[in-house]
Design a protein around this ligand. Structure first.
Ligand code: HEM
Length: 389
């Protein structure tokens, strides 16, 4: 196959890059020279193919393979508990040990605490005046507080944890600052794990250790939960609120019928699919997909954002429809690595939408959506979102 030059730059926050849409229509399995990836990548763009690829472990997630396209900002060190970087059988064993922590039932029990976190964050906004950057004031702190809670980070360390998580997730930050923040978080989580080896508590890390996780596995998992759950959820909070502020008819729909909020969250997850290239994989054999052979050693990206706009599966895909019932979307990936924290993310988004407009009825964007600088690659979002209230 010939290689096509490709870029993921977006100009419109409401739509995936035009190049992605073209691939879906014309080259659903493509071999690309991908500008932002520094070269040679295969992409899969249609819903069914994306699910087939993400469900097939011959497309490896194992980032200890030197040819695997590891995320440069994660950490200079890798840890065994980082399940997102593993293949079976170690992935199945490690994921199996932690899955019970993220059931709908377990996560629903966090509702009162998440409501408290959201309310306190809004209290701080109100106390601080009536204008500011929504990303900094609410979208970033809420998910990092929720993860701090999951890991039972002591109150006195919250500021440190928030600061490091914020640096890591800052779309405008330098790579070296992110790597430093990531390493600091690993060191910090190591101190938490060591404390729990000596004195186990009632938290995920203690339970993982009791269930047989090694010190290194517990550290890796703690780090991954923050990295995977912070910026993603933060970007989705900002984009969801942006949409409702920019499209008053949608906001009105939710205000008139709050029972629509869970469906709205699902639709917004589908619509934005912020983990743009949710599953980057390495083909470890020659693999045939839809009549095309992807050679062993190829880097392969599942374009989940175009899959979620596949008109065969989501009719009129560019329309935001809170009654669509879009739970079959692939915004949380698909297959063995499907997002472990999806119930946490859903609950945070639902609670923010339930509380925000009641507490801040005059919330408005200070600039038009077209002026918002976009975060691109690898998690889509807005850099800043100036608002008044
Ligand atoms: C809107 C928010 C979120 C989005 C869009 C999102 C998206 C994703 C996606 C696409 C994957 C699959 C990656 C792959 O296939 O390689 C994933 C995996 C994962 N996510 Fe999320 N995520 C979100 C929030 C969270 C939260 C809140 C947590 C934790 C508290 C979390 C923890 C994880 C973990 C641990 C994995 C790895 C699972 C595995 O490899 O078995 N995520 N996420």
């Amino acid at each position: 196959m010939t290689k096509t030059t490709f870029s993921t730059r977006r100009s419109d926050p409401y739509g995936p890059p035009a190049a992605h849409r073209r691939l879906q229509a014309e080259e659903p399995i493509a071999h690309l020279d991908w500008v932002e990836r520094g070269g040679d990548v295969w992409t899969v763009a249609r819903y069914e193919d994306v699910r087939a690829m993400l469900g097939d472990t011959r497309f490896s997630s194992d980032r200890s393979r030197p040819e695997h396209p590891a995320h440069p900002a994660y950490s200079p060190r890798s840890h065994p508990g980082r399940i997102i970087e593993m293949d079976p059988p170690s992935h199945s064993a490690n994921r199996g040990r932690v899955m019970g922590e993220f059931t709908v039932k377990k996560i629903s029990a966090m509702r009162p605490r998440i409501e408290q976190i959201v309310n306190e964050t809004i209290d701080a906004m109100i106390a601080g005046g009536n204008e500011g950057d929504f990303v900094e004031l609410l979208s970033l702190p809420v998910p990092s507080m929720v993860i701090a809670d999951l890991l039972d980070v002591p109150e006195e360390d919250h500021a440190f944890f928030q600061e490091k998580a914020g640096i890591f997730s800052d779309g405008l930050g330098a790579l070296s600052d992110k790597q430093k923040a990531s390493a600091d978080i690993v060191d910090y989580i190591a101190t938490l794990v060591d404390a729990r080896i000596t004195a186990p508590g009632e938290d995920i890390l203690s339970r993982q250790l009791a269930a047989g996780a090694s010190r290194e596995e517990a550290i890796g998992l703690g780090h991954l939960l923050l990295i995977a759950g912070h910026e993603t959820t933060s970007n989705m909070i900002s984009l969801s609120v942006m949409t409702l502020l920019d499209k008053p008819e949608l906001r009105e729909q939710l205000e008139n019928d709050p029972a629509l909020i869970p469906g709205a969250v699902e639709e917004l997850l589908r619509y934005y699919t912020i983990a743009e290239t949710g599953g980057l994989r390495l083909a470890i054999e020659d693999i045939e997909l839809h009549g095309v052979t992807i050679p062993s050693g190829s880097v392969v990206a599942a374009l989940t954002n175009t899959a979620n706009r596949d008109p065969e599966v989501f009719p009129d895909p560019d329309r935001i429809d809170f009654t669509r019932g879009a739970r079959n979307h692939v915004a949380f990936g698909f297959g063995p690595h499907q997002c472990l924290g999806q119930n946490v993310a859903r609950l945070e988004l639902v609670i923010v939408l339930e509380i925000l407009f009641k507490r801040l009825p005059d919330l408005k964007l200070s600039v038009p959506v077209s002026d918002l600088a976009l975060k691109e690659y690898s998690n889509f979002g807005v850099q800043k979102m100036p608002v008044t209230w």
